[in-house]
Design a protein around this ligand. Structure first.
Ligand code: ADP
Length: 993
């Protein structure tokens, strides 16, 4: 140990404490030491008692000590004393002793008895400060908890008063609110301990108001600070003093509810005892006052927020109603616009089919073009409003991706060709084909993107590419991209163009036309398909729009058969095309079919390559020639090839351009029977190559003879037209008459029902929206009536509605077919043809005997394959797989009035049919081909019906024929893949094994 302060002093000497030492020890002790008698009196007390309680020791020993104990603690004190007397010491007993000034002190006791002397030796510590701190903390905690839990100030107020009173053991509390207008304090809440007898004070408090500075609350308000009164009964500024005195209330404190510097209210509390000011308690209560202020502010803003949220909800509901009203308005207005447009388009079509001058035809064509554009706009607006109102739902139907996209590209091809822009479609081999989704909406997106690309590109190419991005749980996420080499889009415009009605540059737009809705609709459709859309572009270099979309993969798609390509394996093919993208696509397609492609970029290199192949003795089986190439075009190359006897065995396939009938004529002139229109459909390419390398099995008949018992003509039907709009009545009547039918007009559903019941009609054309009884109800009534007569009259819906579900509603009501206005002659004709010739129609009974009459010349057929049944089966399989598609193309071409497409499709089908010595079917196809070539489609629909029925018979016969060869049956689709569908391709022999 080191001496303190460096000074060396002697250690104090201490042996045994003397009596003097012990007395000093007791007298100087800060603890309260005493000896009490078991008789209930203090016998000895040290001086600390006098300083703690303010009594002299004489006063303390003169009375039983229990009299100094707080009345509430007396019972516990007596029983504790009894414990000690019985011989057990106490270590931690607490009670309150009254000071001489009336206040109480908390004492913590240890005591031991000397029973033989009748004395208890005690040590007590003044723990008042600790006890106070505990109750202050308890009060603060309780108030904080109330503030956290209470939903409103009204529910918090009584609980705060209770929490403070109970924690501090004070008798009564009150809350006062500042009334700013009246400039006074009004009591809003009181609370009192159940044991406290303070009713009158409580009542007085509730009925009182205080001005600034008056009474305890007024004082707290004016000073904005806590205040303490030791004894209110002696306070000069305490108007309630008389009642307080009457009910024994003494000490009081109050504190303000503060928000910043502003006093919002006051809290006050009263005790039955006189109490010294407790600065620490006031400090805590100040904090509680601020907390309360914040609570009130928070609740106020919550209330404001609630009001705001309610207003917002009302506004949202109103906005939704407005959107609904808007979309209904748009649907109605588009209906209203369609009605006069129906007249415009219908009448124009009719006028175009009459004998008119070239000038008049030009005018009418312009009207028709404008009407079509207007209809597109109306449809766009309707789509957009449906999407905005979240009313657009996607279809969920099975479709063939390649067909859907390639058909779409074909529709767009003439536009591209007109501008000299190359149009190509590249679907990666990994992309699954049989999907489930909404093909029409997918088409809509592609038409918009590719249409834009063509619109904004003057040179170069537009390419649609599709890749499979991922496959999971039977779904495929596909990535589509449309690349062009056009004007491009400035970076700052690349985001806005996806918004409705926005265009990258209004000056260019005026040049190119458009509404700025296409991309907005596409973006929304893509989102509905679970994908995203984006653009990359460089002004002057071109743009690439890409989007993803998710589709369900049809189950059987997974089991693609490799055998499909067997026929083409190792077939050497020369591709001649100046466009690099096309060359790449074709090379990839052929490689994928296991062929051996060689691609060259010009006529000259084609000829050089062919020359080399002859020398190497490795001739090409097929040459695929692009008709349009610079320098030496495909036709020139074809001419050179056909003149060279060394290439006699080689097949030529010409790639022609859309909308170029002269291309076809040139092919005919050069004797090239196989040609394809760009952009190429993979399925067509496949079929064309297969048919090019297959030899015809029988001589084609020179003078085809029509079947004697052909289908009944669709002319001369008696049509009942139910339509309320006079213009529409006129248009529809003229169209029916144009188709050779006779029309009776009624103007509502009730009249239609009566007419059907009394008249003799072959067909009803029914408008949906009509006064009195609408078309749906009329149809239901007709169908109900027919149950009693056993008849069935075909009903075609003619509706201007364009909402999803209309078709379903019409069919559900019992209609047989559906056409939407504006009525197109070809569509209506097609619908009638399908209806009148459908097996369900009672008008066209076809007997079994008729059906099989001379369909196939069996002997010729078997002779044609030299008795090779296996070969025959292979040919039948290919034909059956292909036939429905060809027929669909023919119908489509007729519907669109596309003579070139009709000629091409009929030609291909005719070639296939010829293989089976099926004379009638051959003749029907040939008739259509001639119509296509002569651009005379007037009776094409009739011819198509004949062809269809012939094909049905042929299919049935072929099926029987191959079945009789006792080969295991497997169902395949047109590509040779297994299929679960119905129709002519069903139940076919699988000959690939
Ligand atoms: P619209 O073509 O009817 O104006 P869209 O929404 O389809 O409406 O396109 C919006 C705008 O985006 C177009 O007006 C054009 O400015 C720009 N745009 C779209 N596609 C292309 C493209 N391939 N190349 C250049 N600009 C394009």
């Amino acid at each position: 140990m080191f001496p303190i302060g460096g000074a060396v002093s002697a250690a104090p000497s201490f042996n045994q404490p003397t009596e003097q030492d012990l007395r000093e020890f007791i007298d100087l002790s800060l603890n309260l030491l005493c000896i009490a008698g078991t008789d209930g009196y203090f016998k000895y007390l040290n001086p600390a008692w006098e300083t703690t309680l303010g009594y002299t020791r004489e006063e303390l020993v003169s009375r039983p000590y229990i009299e100094f104990v707080h009345p509430d603690d007396r019972q516990a004190t007596v029983s504790e004393a009894a414990h000690v007397v019985s011989g057990r010491s106490t270590l931690s007993f607490e009670n309150r002793y009254r000071r001489k000034d009336g206040a109480y002190r908390w004492l913590l006791w240890s005591a031991i008895v000397r029973a033989e002397r009748g004395l208890i030796y005690c040590v007590a510590t003044d723990v008042t400060e600790r006890k106070c701190e505990e109750s202050r903390l308890a009060a603060q905690y309780a108030v904080t908890r109330v503030l956290a839990e209470a939903p409103t100030l009204a529910s918090a107020s009584p609980r705060i008063l209770q929490a403070v009173c109970e924690s501090l053991d004070w008798a009564v509390g009150a809350i006062w609110q500042v009334e700013q207008k009246e400039k006074l304090l009004r009591c809003v809440e009181t609370w009192r301990m159940p044991s406290a007898q303070v009713e009158e004070f409580d009542r007085g408090t509730r009925s009182h108001t205080f001005s600034l500075g008056v009474g305890l609350p007024g004082r707290v308000w004016s000073q904005a600070q806590p205040a303490w009164i030791e004894d209110v009964t002696c306070d000069a500024n305490f108007p309630r003093a008389p009642i307080a005195a009457k009910e024994g209330l003494h000490a009081a404190f109050g504190f303000p509810i503060l928000l910043g510097a502003e006093v919002l209210g006051v809290l006050e509390f009263f005790s039955h005892e006189i109490q010294q000011p407790d600065a620490r308690l006031l400090e805590m209560m100040s904090a509680i006052g601020s907390q309360l202020g914040q609570f009130i502010e928070r609740k106020d803003s919550e209330d404001a927020l609630r009001v705001y949220a309610r207003d917002l909800e009302t506004a949202r509901r109103r906005a939704e109603e407005a959107t609904r009203a808007k979309s209904e308005f748009l649907a109605n207005i588009s209906h209203e616009i369609r009605t006069p447009m129906n007249a415009m388009i219908g009448m124009t079509e009719l006028a175009l089919s009459t004998r008119i001058t070239r000038e008049q035809r030009e005018y009418l064509n312009t009207i028709q073009g404008s009407a079509d554009a207007l209809l597109t706009l109306v449809n766009d607006l309707l789509d957009f409003s449906k999407i905005e109102a979240r009313k657009l739902q996607l279809d969920h139907v099975g479709f063939n991706l390649r067909d859907a996209l390639e058909d779409t590209m074909r529709v767009l091809a003439p536009r591209a060709h007109k501008k000299g822009v190359e149009l190509a479609c590249h679907i990666h081999p990994d992309v699954p084909d049989a999907l489930t989704g909404d093909p029409l909406r997918l088409r809509q997106i592609v038409v918009n993107l590719v249409g834009n690309a063509i619109k904004f590109t003057d040179h170069g190419e537009v390419v649609l590419r599709v890749q499979a991005e991922s496959r999971r749980n039977g779904n495929a996420q596909l990535r589509f991209s449309v690349t062009d080499t056009g004007i491009g889009i400035a970076p700052e415009k690349q985001v806005v163009i996806f918004e409705a009605f926005s265009q990258a540059d209004s000056s260019t737009t005026r040049r190119y036309g458009g509404t700025g809705l296409g991309l907005a609709i596409s973006a929304q459709l893509v989102e509905l398909m679970g994908g995203t859309i984006a653009v990359e572009s460089q002004p002057g270099r071109g743009s690439k729009f890409h989007f993803t979309a998710s589709f369900e993969v049809q189950r059987l798609e997974a089991e693609k058969q490799v055998s499909r390509w067997r026929t083409l394996t190792d077939l050497p093919v020369l591709i001649v095309d100046d466009n690099a993208t096309n060359r790449r696509i074709l090379e990839e397609v052929f490689t994928n079919w296991h062929m051996r492609p060689v691609a060259v970029e010009s006529g000259a290199s084609a000829l050089a390559t062919l020359e080399k192949s002859v020398h190497a003795n490795q001739p090409f089986a097929v040459v695929l020639l692009d008709g349009h190439m610079p320098d030496m075009d495909g036709f020139a190359v074809a001419e050179r090839i056909s003149q060279d006897h060394r290439y006699a065995g080689m097949k030529l396939v010409m790639l022609t351009s859309a909308g170029q009938p002269q291309d076809v004529a040139r092919c005919h002139k050069l004797g090239i029977s196989t040609y394809l229109t760009k952009p190429i459909k993979q399925s067509e390419l496949f079929d064309v190559i297969v048919s090019a390398i297959s030899q015809p099995l029988v001589e084609r008949p020179h003078a085809p003879r029509l079947r004697k018992k052909s289908q009944p003509a669709q002319r001369g039907l008696h049509v009942l037209l139910a339509e309320d709009n006079q213009v529409n009545q006129l248009v529809a009547t003229r169209i029916f008459e144009k188709l050779g039918h006779q029309v009776t007009v009624v103007s509502n559903g009730r009249e239609a029902l009566a007419a059907v019941q009394s008249g003799n009609f072959d067909l009803v054309a029914m408008d949906v929206q009509m006064p009195e009884m609408d078309g749906l109800d009329a149809t239901s009534a007709i169908r109900a009536w027919e149950k009693t007569t056993g008849t069935h009259i075909p009903i075609i819906a003619m509706t201007a509605h364009a909402m999803k579900g209309d078709r379903e509603r019409c069919l559900a009501a019992g209609m047989d077919a559906y056409t939407s206005k504006p009525i197109r002659i070809r569509e209506l004709e097609q619908a009638i043809a399908e209806l009148i010739n459908s097996p369900s129609s009672a008008k066209v009974p076809v007997s079994k005997a008729e059906q099989t009459d001379g369909v196939i010349d069996h002997a010729a057929l078997v002779a044609g394959v030299d008795g090779n049944r296996r070969l025959l089966r292979e040919i039948v399989r290919l034909f059956l797989a292909d036939c429905p598609q060809r027929l669909a193309e023919i119908k489509d071409a007729i519907r669109r009035g596309d003579a070139v497409a009709l000629g091409r499709a009929a030609h291909t089908l005719k070639g296939s049919v010829g293989n089976f010595a099926a004379k009638n079917a051959f003749a029907a196809a040939q008739r259509l081909e001639t119509m296509g070539r002569d651009v005379d489609l007037d009776t094409a629909s009739d011819a198509c019906v004949t062809l269809e029925s012939e094909l049905a018979l042929l299919t049935e016969e072929l099926r029987k024929l191959t079945m009789s060869s006792s080969i295991r049956a497997t169902r395949t689709d047109k590509g040779g893949r297994e299929k679960d569908g119905q129709g002519p391709a069903s139940a076919l022999p699988d000959t690939s094994s």
